[in-house]
Design a protein around this ligand. Structure first.
Ligand code: C2E
Ligand code: CA
Ligand code: CA
Length: 528
């Protein structure tokens, strides 16, 4: 049912769209923030690696100064040079030891004096720098060795790996930093590794020294971006979240509004989906068609033909029934007018109205427009008023009824006897017909009390000089009972079911003089 039944939840665009609308600003915001964070991290990573490079350059300057100063002494006896070797260790803050080399042999050391250790120039990157994982004095402890040579003479100075480690840890405490010399590299763990240092997950930067053969690798672990996002942008992040939720909710609200029963009825009205169905009303005696009641059907694009009791109550409740009735009257007039010749003079057309129609005088124009479609006197318009909504005898309502009467439009009290104010209506408004509700007709042949009620209504109508119509006539027993009581008009499945305009018109055309119509209109197939 289009208005009241909740369908099982489906992943349609209506459910997805609010999520998309909510997530998109959040996602876009996160992308922008991620880009911003990457930029920031890269900038700090570059600054940090540059600082480390400068710091290690500075250390190596110390080492190079010491080695250069000692190079002229290479080849001289160790005893003569030893003081100079130690003096360089003392003078240069970062120099841990100095050594002299001759003919590929380290023959003099600031620490041991005379020494004898082979020197392989291939151990040194660019012949100058060697990142060792320890020597005989401090095995397993990182050491950076600087070598300068002149022919087969050379001088070597070393710096303790702790200085490098301190630089890495202090300059970039939050970064993954490594110093690389040739194929060896030193990370923050203080261990010298062989091979290529691992790439940093974020803001990976490599910067080489312009003066010495080493490079520094910087960057951050993958979790760093999340940390920065949470610590630097909490307000922006919260704002984005709120924005996403607000956008999602607004979208959901808009969709709901657009698919509310009110909007659905408005859409259906604009799409001209409300159709008139016609149920003939037969007159007493010959049972010829004396008129027809117009019953609204909703030709819903998905649901098919929808019964009026499934949407009329909401249309009445929302006040949209007035516009819907106007459209229905126009539709009816346009369908019937070209075939007005098929209608006998004074053919009754019953239109259902409610209390809402009586709030102003616009119904007068609607009725006038309707009647203008037909030759004068061809059609008798009867407005069937129900008690579903209480109609008060306001001056406007009374004026409306008086003017309708002047125009020749008749009023029938629909479902008479079922409401609480039927008799009140009779007193207050000028009524032409009573329509006996089908529940009373169904009582025919039933218990004595029910039948008394029906008899009383018929009697009342006679005493008040009102016409009477019985609806819901389904059996011949009911038909004959009502006929015996002189009921003016009858309506019910026994005579014909409600049918679309074309079926109604072709039945009118082919059986103008029938006294009793066969049950040839197929039962309606409607959604409930
Ligand atoms: P209603 O005005 O009392 O209309 C008579 C209802 O009884 C119709 O139901 C009709 O199809 C049904 N009916 C006719 N003969 C028989 C019969 O022999 N046996 C049985 N069991 N039913 C019969 P429908 O078309 O479903 O309309 C239901 C109600 O919806 C109407 O009751 C009327 O109150 C309302 N309605 C229909 N069209 C309109 C409309 O255009 N405007 C307004 N305001 N209400 C409408
Ligand atoms: Ca009716
Ligand atoms: Ca009725």
């Amino acid at each position: 049912m289009p208005l009241t039944v909740k369908r099982p939840a489906r992943w349609s665009w209506r459910t997805l769209l609010p999520w998309i609308v909510g997530v998109v600003p959040l996602a876009c915001g996160l992308v922008v923030m991620n880009w911003q964070i990457e930029r920031e991290l890269r900038a700090t990573s570059q600054a940090t690696t540059r600082q480390v490079v400068e710091y290690v350059d500075h250390i190596l300057d110390n080492l190079a100064n010491a080695a250069q100063a000692l190079l002229p002494l290479a080849g001289s006896p160790c005893a003569d040079a030893q003081l100079a070797l130690r003096s360089q260790v003392t003078r240069n803050a970062f120099v841990r030891s100095t050594n002299l080399v001759q003919q590929h042999t380290l023959y003099c050391s600031s620490l041991f004096g005379d020494f004898d250790e082979p020197v392989d120039g291939n151990d040194y990157t660019d012949g100058r720098l060697w990142l060792m994982d320890g020597n005989s004095v401090t095995p397993g402890h990182a050491l950076l060795v600087y070598r300068t040579s002149d022919g087969d003479r050379g001088a070597i100075s070393t710096v303790d790996g702790d200085h490098l480690l301190t630089a890495l840890r202090l300059i970039g405490p939050e970064e993954a930093l490594q110093i690389r010399v040739g194929s060896a590299w030193l990370g923050k763990d203080g261990v010298v590794h062989d091979g290529t240092p691992p790439l940093a997950a974020a803001a990976d930067v490599t910067l080489g020294s312009t003066r010495y053969p080493f490079s520094v690798h910087g960057g951050y672990e993958a979790s760093k971006k999340g940390e920065v996002l949470r610590s630097h942008y909490p307000a922006l992040l919260s704002l984005l979240l709120v924005l996403g939720v607000v956008a999602g909710c607004a979208c959901r609200w808009q969709i709901r509004r657009a698919s509310s029963p009110r909007a659905e009825l408005r859409r259906a009205l604009e799409a001209d989906e409300f159709l008139p169905y016609f149920q003939p009303v037969v007159r007493k005696g010959d049972y010829r068609w004396a008129g027809a009641e117009v019953l609204m059907r909703w030709n819903h694009p998905r649901e098919g033909l929808v019964r009026p009791d499934l949407f009329i109550p909401y249309a009445e409740h929302s006040g949209q029934i007035v516009a819907m009735t106007r459209a229905l009257m126009l539709h009816t007039a346009q369908s019937l007018a070209p075939y007005a010749a098929l209608l006998e003079d004074g053919f009754h057309i019953g239109i259902n109205i409610t209390a809402d129609h009586c709030r102003d005088l616009s119904l007068l124009d609607d009725c006038r427009t309707f009647l203008q479609h037909f030759p004068p006197g061809r059609v008798r318009l009867t407005l069937e008023l129900t008690e579903r909504k209480l109609l008060e005898a306001t001056p406007v309502a009374l004026e409306l009824f008086a003017k309708l009467h002047d125009m020749g439009v008749m009023i029938a009290l629909d479902d008479f006897g079922t409401g609480q104010s039927s008799l009140n209506y009779l007193r207050q408004f000028k009524v032409d017909y009573l329509k006996i509700d089908q529940s009373f007709v169904a009582m025919i042949g039933g218990d004595a009390l029910s039948q008394h009620i029906l008899d009383s209504i018929i009697e009342l109508s006679g005493k008040l000089g009102l016409g009477i119509v019985a609806e819901g006539v389904e059996t011949e027993v009911q038909r004959d009972y009502l006929a015996d009581f002189g009921v003016d008009f009858q309506q019910g499945y026994l005579f014909a079911r409600p049918m679309p305009a074309d079926a109604f018109l072709s039945a009118l055309a082919t059986r103008p003089g029938v006294t009793r119509l066969p049950q040839d209109a197929p039962p309606e197939i409607m959604r409930d």
